[in-house]
Structure formats: structure tokens, C-alpha cells
Ligand binder design. Structure first.
Ligand code: ZN
Length: 158
């Protein structure tokens, strides 16, 4: 088995949709980025690529490449899934934290878990998503952006 860690941050911006875990969340701002800026899915992808010893998402999906502009990060996650399968690994489990002062994310977490578990072809119980604030401290506390962390365990396919 192999373990990996992922971490990502995106800044809030006007006139952008807020997409987390592939769920569109009603909010006054969205996250700025070349793709849909799904900070949670980006952290998950980096944790899987990390476990595989395959670098990071910047290496696989450069933000200078027009074909990734505004792309759904779930499509990129599917590409990472295929890299994992080619390497003969499957998801053991994934644990994540989203760090955001606002909006409140609890109502959307089950749908995020469902989206991610479907793409990664694993049981929903293998995906955990936690949401926390930083008690108004730092850039997340001031509502300047959202951060996400992910740890994953991959199991060798026999
Ligand atoms: Zn990102």
C-alpha cells in the first residue's frame, strides 16, 4: 500500500461559480483558477499522484494548456484515476479537510462524497470530507479564499 498527501488553496473572486467536490454551491463568490478551481478535488488528485510517486497536478495538467481552461475538475480526477489503475492500485480510503470561514458546507458534503466516490470507483464510505474554519484567523478566516488538504491510502490490486 501507498500513502499520499495533497494541499491546495484558491482565492475567492467575483463572477465565478463556487464548485467544491463537483457540487455547485450557491454563494456570492467563487474560486479563481484556470480550471473550475475545485480546491477539494485538486487536493485529492495531488494526494493520489503523490502516493503513486507521479509528481503533482501541475505536471499532468499545466495551467498554460488551453484545453484545461474552466474544465470540470472531476474530469481531471478521472484522468488521475486512470493513472492509478494503470499503476495497478485502487483507493483504500481518502480523508480530507476543507478550510473555509464561509459558506457553511455541511449540507453539500454527502453530494461531494458521492461525486468523488463515483469517479474513483470506490465505496462512498472510503471518502471522508470534513469542513472547518480557522476561527477568523489568516487568509481563510478573512474570507479571502479556501484551502483543502487530503490524505489517501492506495491498495495494490492483486
Ligand atoms: Zn487548485
Amino acid at each position: 500500500m501507498k500513502i499520499g498527501i495533497g494541499y491546495d488553496v484558491h482565492a475567492f473572486s467575483e463572477n465565478r461559480k463556487l464548485i467544491l467536490g463537483g457540487v455547485s454551491i450557491p454563494y456570492e463568490k467563487g474560486l479563481l483558477g484556470h480550471s473550475d478551481a475545485d480546491v477539494l478535488v485538486h487536493a485529492i488528485m495531488d494526494s493520489i499522484l503523490g502516493a503513486l510517486g507521479q509528481g503533482d497536478i501541475g505536471k499532468h495538467f499545466p495551467d498554460t494548456d488551453e484545453k484545461y481552461k474552466d474544465i470540470s475538475s472531476l474530469i481531471l480526477l478521472e484522468k488521475v484515476y486512470n493513472i492509478m489503475i494503470d499503476a495497478k492500485y485502487k483507493i483504500g480510503n481518502i480523508d480530507t479537510v476543507i478550510i473555509a470561514e464561509n459558506p457553511k458546507l455541511f449540507p453539500y458534503i454527502e453530494n461531494m462524497k458521492l461525486n468523488i466516490s463515483k469517479v474513483l470507483n470506490t465505496d462512498i464510505s472510503n471518502i471522508n470530507i470534513k469542513a472547518t474554519t480557522t476561527e477568523k484567523l489568516g487568509y481563510t478566516g478573512r474570507g479571502e479564499g479556501i484551502a483543502a488538504q487530503s490524505v489517501c491510502l492506495l491498495m495494490a490490486i492483486e
